[in-house]
Write a protein that binds this ligand. Structure first.
Ligand code: GLU
Length: 432
């Protein structure tokens, strides 16, 4: 038997943990903070955090409920579950009730629990958000990537589902769709969703429809695939992106009756892990999902700002040689600098990770490489989050430009100066 050194210092046990890197979005934010604290000028286009404040009516509810101290039910506050179900019935025509809803401390946590309790392969169209795949790997699930095309606006097409599933049609699979998309910024039309739904049904897929950016869709016309594949779609959402409340950590899943066994299993796992979601936040969230004129005004103004800024930055990036579609929602751009491959190679840049590292060190612009979004290392893509500005100030200023029309470039120069400056630095630097 091998000799065990009983005096081995604890530090040598460090191989006994899962060898994973921290989440890319969180790591870039922490690095930006450290750099700024050390005196560097940093353009924070890394983490995707809403620039806008939480609407005042929702903040008031939080203050009113600050004294709520009891653990709430594992699946969530009944009034909130009802408010979320009512909202989705009314706004998106989803056939659901409070019993279909589970609340969690962020949809990210619910996704992890879902992957934990569901024994099946995880299927991810790429580019995809940074954490779906690492979550699957932590748990030990098999991951299949379905690479999408820039020329098709990074959208999944039904034939890709067909060719993945055809050889083994009954294998249990969980397909994760995200629209408006992080990082691509695109969304699906009703016809696209119908076609994808048909294929998902054919192969009995469990579909996780991540609609956390749904309400940021610039034209206000978000629709859910749950309408076309109600029996197999789990709709995921939260407060973080449309309500400026990332740090509040409130997410939800709407799970159809046919998948109630999955909801039950998630609730068991939740009861053994986070127990329940913060009580005051849940009370405040009821107000957010009740909606009304104040929230509608807030949403219209924030979409108008994001639409204008997204279009302006896309055209600037194109001017610098990038290829990218115009965004339709969320606050991300995913430019592809492959056309500049030769000149970048002369500067020693061959991968998206090298591109972003050099960019950060040489210009202070923090963005994330395409490789963090499950794209090939050599593809010269990156994700830019256009959120480095004071959203409260911008919302107030947008009110002084009546009508819903396009805001002028001068507006963004004044109210999103840091984001524009970061993007200009990026453009100048790649063209060098
Ligand atoms: N979803 C955001 C992003 O992609 C940040 C939050 C997170 O990744 O946990 O940047």
């Amino acid at each position: 038997m091998a000799q065990v050194d009983r005096r081995a210092p604890l530090v040598h046990l460090n191989l006994r943990v899962r060898g994973m890197k921290p989440s890319a979005t969180i790591a870039i934010q922490e690095r930006s903070t450290r750099m700024a604290a050390a005196g560097a000028v940093v353009y924070r286009l890394g983490l995707g955090q809403s620039p806008f404040p939480v609407p005042d009516c929702v903040v008031r509810e939080l203050k009113k409920h600050a004294h709520e101290k009891a653990y709430l039910p594992v699946r969530g506050l009944p009034e909130l579950r009802e408010a979320i179900a009512a909202h989705h019935r009314k706004s998106y025509g989803i056939d659901c009730a409070a019993k279909n809803v589970i609340i969690g401390p962020g949809s990210k946590e619910l996704m992890f629990l879902m992957q934990l309790v569901y024994y099946g392969d995880i299927v991810i169209p790429t580019p995809s958000w940074v954490s779906y795949e690492p979550q699957a790997r932590i748990i030990g699930r098999q991951v299949y990537r379905l690479p999408t095309l820039r020329d098709n606006e990074w959208k999944l097409v039904p034939e890709q589902i067909e060719s993945l599933c055809d050889g083994d049609p009954t294998r249990p699979r969980l397909l994760i769709l995200n629209y408006p998309a992080n990082p691509g910024g695109g969304s699906y039309s009703d016809a696209d969703l119908r076609a994808l739904a048909e294929k998902a049904r054919e192969f009995n897929l469990v579909l996780l429809s991540d609609e956390i950016y749904g309400k940021t869709r610039f034209d206000g016309k978000h629709g859910s695939i749950a309408k076309y594949y109600p029996e197999g779609t789990i709709l995921s959402g939260g407060l973080s992106k449309w309500c400026g409340a990332g740090g509040w950590r409130l997410g939800f899943f709407i799970v159809p009756d046919r998948l109630s066994w999955l909801l039950d299993a998630m609730a068991v796992a939740a009861s053994e892990t986070f127990t329940s979601t913060s009580a005051p936040i849940q009370f405040a969230a009821v107000r957010a999902f009740q909606g009304g004129p104040e929230i509608d005004r807030y949403l219209r103004a924030s979409r108008r700002i994001l639409r204008g800024l997204g279009a302006l930055l896309s055209s600037k990036l194109r001017g610098a040689g990038a290829q990218l579609p115009d965004p339709e929602g969320a606050f991300y751009l995913f430019p592809d600098f492959s056309m500049l491959r030769t000149s970048l190679a002369l500067r020693g840049i061959h991968t998206s990770a090298q591109l972003c590292e050099r960019l950060l060190v040489e210009t202070g612009v923090a963005v994330l490489p395409g490789s963090d979004f499950a794209r090939p290392a050599e593809e010269l893509t990156l994700r830019l989050s256009y959120v480095d500005f004071d959203g409260r100030r911008a919302l107030q200023a947008a009110r002084r430009h009546p009508g819903g029309g396009d805001l002028p470039e001068s507006f963004f120069k004044k109210y999103a100066a840091s984001t524009l400056e970061g993007a200009s630095r990026l453009c100048d630097w790649v063209k060098k």
